[in-house]
Design a binder for this molecule. Structure first.
Ligand SMILES: Cc1cc2nc3c(=O)[nH]c(=O)nc-3n(C[C@H](O)[C@H](O)[C@H](O)COP(=O)(O)OP(=O)(O)OC[C@H]3O[C@@H](n4cnc5c(N)ncnc54)[C@H](O)[C@@H]3O)c2cc1C
Length: 483
């Protein structure tokens, strides 16, 4: 035992522990709150004590659904976002029953689909958890976890409110770390008043003035959100949005379609074979009057089985070469956001470029940026008043984003997944440690388990995974009780 561990044991020795096992869930977004909710439903009278660590005031929101920005909308129709895998329309019904979009006439599309503001989804998840919080079946510990140490078969968790919690099982559901600005850019622009490296911070965009020339680095959903938010805030200046391939997130099909194709009966065994199969299926779908959306939806819904059959080297190949294309087709933007972007492009206010930022320098408050276009030798020099980084969460560096994650890594309980998408875990979603050993009492819930489970970023896959992790935990508790 290290001196630090001995000290820790003494500090926590006065702590009380209830008779029931305790399951600690770190992170109270959909992935964490969903595990708590489904574990209670599955375990019934044998339910353990459940503590969810989450500094936000409400469980169920997490990063995506805690936003108060009215420009931020769900990017999947409400009828496909639910906390119940066997009742996908629950959220849609909840909206109708609670008249939850009464102040938002833009939420409904002509085809009947609803794309409410993201916060509304957080309200719905929170409402499902409320009875369990009231009854004490779930404890929301409004604190940030700062350390987790192994003790005998379990874990001791320290938090920033001075708490020590002994847990039998821990589920890590912290998912999205802050984005990381490209190193050289951060060094040059770090002190500039309109260099926005993390758009998830409340009010981050307020520093942008109406006529500012804005560079947006990253063209995915976060970039689209930023452009929609700027427009809503009255921004009228020119915007350049740059990403390596210049690909923009696509919109939704004009009318809802059922998923089309079959990718698991005879699964592809390589990245190239998978790509061929997707292209062929898109052609077959077109013959039946369906768009590519239906095919990508099927790849997504069969994503776990499909991913499992691929060797790690092929998974890596997909992440390296196909991911940007996958992301823009799979993460679609809400129609309302798409309309804002289209209007800005048409008005020549928004320019979408393929390339990278080669260099930047600051003169007063003016930012001179050298852009390297993807297929052209010549660099472009452009001048901006604000630079916004929208490259998305830095999952590949997850072990460096919080000290306790780094510590679990150094102690050999966590390692990065070989695809670089998150944390290594088993087919039971248990962490895999440095020596390849499975850590049965440490589970990973949500997007950080993507390396093993494949597509696991949005609903409904997140919901299915929370049920899966809850079931695993319930089984482990049952096994432990009969031992
Ligand atoms: C901006 C954005 C918009 C999205 N929009 C959609 C959408 O419209 N539809 C869709 O299907 N998917 C969407 N997604 C995908 C998203 O991954 C999932 O829908 C879902 O929100 C993921 O939730 P999560 O709980 O896994 O992660 P998160 O939302 O990241 O939640 C993790 C939680 O962990 C907490 N936490 C972190 N560290 C600690 C710590 N040390 N101690 C305690 N708590 C901690 C954080 O405060 C956070 O609340 C979006 C994702 C993002 C980033």
């Amino acid at each position: 035992m290290t001196p630090a561990e001995m000290q820790f044991q003494t500090e926590s020795s006065t702590e009380q522990k209830s008779q029931r096992p305790l399951v600690a869930i770190i992170g109270g977004g959909v992935s964490g709150a969903g595990v708590a909710y489904h574990l209670l439903k599955l375990a019934g009278n044998d339910a353990p004590d459940i503590v969810v660590f989450e500094p936000r005031p409400m469980l169920g929101r997490g990063l995506a659904y805690d936003t108060v920005d009215p420009a931020h909308r769900i990017n999947v129709p409400a009828a496909k976002m639910s906390l119940q895998p066997d009742d996908v329309e629950e959220f849609q019904r909840w909206i109708e029953a609670n008249n939850a979009v009464r102040d938002d006439p833009e939420a409904a599309r002509e085809n009947g689909q609803l794309f409410p503001r993201r916060r509304v989804f957080g309200d719905y998840v929170g409402s499902l958890l409320q009875p369990f919080l009231k009854s004490g079946a779930i404890t929301h510990r409004r604190a940030t976890v700062t350390a987790i140490r192994r003790r005998r078969d379990g874990w001791v968790i320290s938090d920033d409110k001075g708490g020590l919690t002994e847990a039998d099982i821990v589920a890590v559901a912290t998912s999205h770390p802050p984005p990381v600005a490209p190193g050289r850019l951060a060094a040059t622009l770090g002190d500039h008043p309109r260099f926005i490296a993390d758009t998830t911070k409340p009010g981050a965009l307020e520093v942008v003035r109406p006529q500012d020339r804005v560079l947006v680095i990253g063209n995915g959903l976060t970039g689209a959100d930023v452009i929609a938010s700027l427009a809503r805030n009255g921004h009228e200046g020119p915007i350049v949005a740059i990403s390596r391939r210049g690909l923009r997130s696509r919109g939704h099909a004009a009318a809802p379609q059922e998923p089309f194709g079959d990718f698991i009966a005879d699964p592809a065994s390589s990245a190239v074979a998978l790509l061929r199969k997707i292209r062929l299926t898109i052609r077959q779908a077109a013959e039946q009057g369906l768009s590519w959306h239906a095919v990508i939806d099927q790849v997504r819904s069969q994503g776990h089985d499909l991913w499992r059959t691929l060797p790690v080297a092929e998974r890596r190949r997909i992440v390296r070469h196909l991911r940007p294309y996958w992301d823009v087709h799979r993460f679609r933007i809400a129609p309302q956001v798409e309309a804002v972007l289209d209007a800005a492009i048409e008005a020549r206010r928004l320019e979408v470029l393929a390339g990278s930022v080669a260099d930047a320098k600051v003169e007063g408050e003016t930012i001179h940026v050298m852009l390297q276009p993807r297929h052209a030798g010549e660099r472009l020099e452009r001048t901006f008043d604000a630079v916004v980084v929208t490259t998305g969460p830095a999952h590949g560096g997850i072990l460096q984003t919080q000290p306790w994650l780094g510590e679990l890594g150094r102690e050999g309980y966590l390692v990065l997944d070989p695809t670089g998408l998150g944390l290594a875990c088993s087919e039971r979603s248990e962490a895999i440690g440095a020596n390849g050993q499975v850590i049965p009492s440490l589970l990973i819930s949500g997007p950080l388990a993507r390396g093993t489970f494949g597509e696991l970023m949005g609903l409904p896959q997140i919901t299915e995974h929370t049920v899966f992790v809850a079931r695993e935990i319930a089984e482990k508790l049952k096994e432990a009780a009969t031992r």
